[in-house]
Ligand binder design. Structure first.
Ligand code: MEV
Length: 423
């Protein structure tokens, strides 16, 4: 009989009970079950306070990228990522960018937008004006919801109203423009939007449905730029034309732009995860911003300056915080913030933008020069060597001989390993 995923009371079970239920459902062995139910760093207690139905925690490697300078400050970048080459590539590109003084980054400030959607009014344009007449009252209602944020110098700053044409008729959408200081701010702005909703219904005569932040955080932009001197980029200055050409390709073709931006997000998402921030929010914002002109485009730009040096820049929304949420409770996230040495959310966003630009530099350089497979093959060969049973120095030796022979395969690795051991 097919097993049912309807497990009454699952959320009320203890971790052990839940694990047993999953074991039964999925025929897990005792060895497999032993992977669940424990957590060295986060701790099962904390994990259970963060999400529901916890049975374990999920580890990712945490790597440190050296070599970056952001706004004149030497920084180490912690990345939590499963993909090989991301850390090494960024370290290489960071070294290249030192030739121009590293990365220079800034932000538009920690400003989030919350949306309140009203429908069903007969006079949407007049309703818009009625809302805007109450701008000061709206700001006061919003700020009453979060005296702590206001005490820290944040709070609702402005109100905007848009009338949208939709398949269900006109919509009056009120935007709350909120300075969330060092928090990502989702909770703060959602509370404000919900508190305002009945007032909006009264003023518009319409009905409010959605009250939620927008992840197109285009008031919370982070920007970075760098110059790579022409003699600091291997294999030589000619690769600069290839990089500019690679960017032009992405700027003209969404198929390429998606991959270009994926490379940027290799750096950004890994840092967002390492600092306990909401990577889905950052990703949604990044891609919506990339498509804001109606065509999906790259988040970076690459040019050649009058001296023949390579100049890169990035601008994108980065809704990241350093207080609240996982940043406050996850020991690894707290440690990541300490390693980064950041004291403000805006500073974290600046470094993250620099990380994205740096990662993109690494990817475009390798694509315009030797291609990605050479580096990947080295790592792949090492993995195959390990899977074939190589340990210690053997790993490097087996991998090297496979690459030299042009055959990176398990059977070849086993053969080389047995030869090595005989010798
Ligand atoms: C791979 O994770 C990322 C790249 O594909 C990015 C790019 O093509 O620009 C190398």
């Amino acid at each position: 009989m097919a097993r049912s995923s309807r497990i009454p009371g699952f959320h009320q079970m203890t971790v052990e009970e839940r694990i047993r239920a999953v074991q039964e459902f999925a025929d897990l062995t005792d060895d497999e079950v032993a992977i669940l139910g424990r957590s060295a760093v986060l701790g099962m207690e904390t994990a259970q306070r963060m999400i529901e139905n916890v049975v374990g925690t999920f580890e990712l490697p945490l790597g440190i990228v050296p070599n970056l300078i952001v706004n004149g400050r030497e920084v180490l970048i912690p990345l939590a990522v499963e993909e090989s080459s991301v850390v090494a590539a960024m370290a290489n590109a960071g070294k290249m960018a030192r030739s121009g003084g590293g990365f220079f980054a800034s932000t538009s400030g920690p400003i989030m937008i919350a949306q309140v959607q009203a429908v069903g009014m007969s006079d949407p344009f007049a309703a818009k004006i009625r809302i805007l007449e109450r701008r000061d009252e709206i700001i006061a209602i919003c700020n009453e919801q979060d005296p702590v944020l206001v005490g820290l110098g944040g709070g609702c700053r402005d109100v905007e109203v848009r009338v949208l044409d939709s398949s269900v008729g006109p919509m009056v959408v009120t935007h709350l423009i909120v300075d969330t200081r060092d928090a990502m701010g989702a909770n703060a702005v959602n509370t404000m939007a919900e508190a305002l909703a009945p007032h909006i219904e009264k003023w518009t005569g319409g009905r409010v449905f959605l009250r939620i932040l927008s992840n197109l955080a285009d008031r919370r932009l982070a920007r970075a730029r760098c110059v790579v001197k022409k003699d600091a980029i291997p294999p030589g200055p000619h690769v600069i034309d290839g990089i500019v050409c690679a960017w032009a390709f992405a700027d003209t073709d969404p198929y390429r732009a998606a991959t270009h931006n994926k490379g940027i997000m290799n750096g950004i998402s890994a840092l967002v995860v390492a600092t306990g921030n909401d990577f889905r929010a950052v990703e949604a914002g990044a891609h919506a911003f990339a498509a804001r002109t109606g065509r999906y485009r790259p988040l970076t730009k690459w040019e050649k300056n009058a001296d023949g040096d390579l100049v890169g820049s990035i601008e994108m929304p980065l809704a990241m915080g350093i207080v609240g949420g996982a940043t406050a409770v996850h020991p690894m996230a707290k440690l990541a913030l300490k390693i980064l040495g950041v004291t403000r959310a805006t500073e974290l966003a600046e470094i993250t933008a620099a990380a994205g630009l740096c990662q993109n530099l690494a990817a475009l350089r390798v694509l315009a020069a030797e291609g990605v497979q050479k580096g990947h093959m080295k790592l792949h060969a090492k993995n195959i060597a390990m899977m074939a049973g190589a340990t210690g120095d053997e790993i490097e030796q087996v991998a090297e001989r496979m690459i030299r022979g042009g055959k990176v395969r398990m059977d070849v690795a086993r053969e080389i390993l047995s030869e090595l051991r005989k010798a």
